[in-house]
Design a binder for this molecule. Structure first.
Ligand SMILES: [Zn+2]
Length: 233
């Protein structure tokens, strides 16, 4: 039997019937809500089950990773820096494309009729990388002083699927995209990498050291898990 979809006011549920199943199982992921049930389970029981679990389903859905927005690099698009929203402003100017920050805007100027999405994107990304390099070097030095953990070198680069790394020689590498997150989340990442200077693993001792230097790290870790994908530019 093909899966059926049940629509509720807050979400859709894909119903998967299976003859060998003995009990109903509910699964919530970033792909959606799935209810696996025995073939013969009557529909009124299915509906009871869904309404009984509906608060829990909503809670689970709210925790799922948020997908990356598709960017057009147009006027008034929302961008983030240190967890704050800025509006992309496009300004026509005769010279090479450049970026400037105000209290509320990230201003991209240049010969806009000549530069396509790719150049706009690359110009803004280069600007973010520069901001990240300055901030992450400065903040790492401050947190090194606090923790007594000092890296050999710091590099800021583009990673597709990670926020940072620390190798056995003590070289720390950061993903520049992290500077879109809240300062506390950035601190968590820095502390995480600094603690790898003491423990080159994710052992209990490692997490204890992270907690010692950044007590609310679990909150920031959860935030990264949920919203990290939104920081792709
Ligand atoms: Zn790690």
């Amino acid at each position: 039997m093909p899966p059926a979809v049940i629509q509720t006011k807050d979400f859709d549920i894909t119903l998967v019937r299976h003859p060998r199943r003995v009990r109903a199982t509910l699964k919530v992921s970033d792909k959606g809500v799935f209810l696996y049930i025995p073939t013969q389970l009557p529909m009124h029981i299915v509906h009871d089950l869904i309404s009984e679990k509906s608060d829990w389903i909503s809670q689970q859905l709210a925790k799922q990773p948020q997908p990356a927005p598709t960017r057009q690099w147009q006027q008034d698009e929302m961008l983030y820096l240190f967890g704050q929203a800025f509006t992309l402003q496009l300004t026509q100017k005769g010279d090479a494309p450049s970026v400037r920050l105000t209290d509320s805007d990230i201003i991209l100027s240049g010969r806009l009729h000549r530069i396509g999405l790719k150049t706009r994107r690359q110009t803004v990304i280069n600007w973010y990388k520069d901001q990240a390099t300055i901030y992450l070097n400065k903040r790492t030095a401050e947190l090194s002083e606090q923790t007594g953990l000092t890296p050999t070198s710091i590099t800021v680069k583009t990673y597709k699927a990670r926020w940072g790394s620390c190798n056995i020689k003590g070289n720390i590498q950061y993903n520049w995209q992290i500077i879109q997150a809240l300062p506390s989340v950035i601190d968590y990442l820095i502390i995480h990498e600094l603690c790898h200077l003491a423990h080159h693993n994710h052992s209990r001792a490692f997490w204890q050291l992270v907690a010692q230097h950044h007590p609310h790290y679990q909150q920031d870790q959860a935030w990264l898990k949920q919203y990290g994908a939104m920081l792709q530019l």
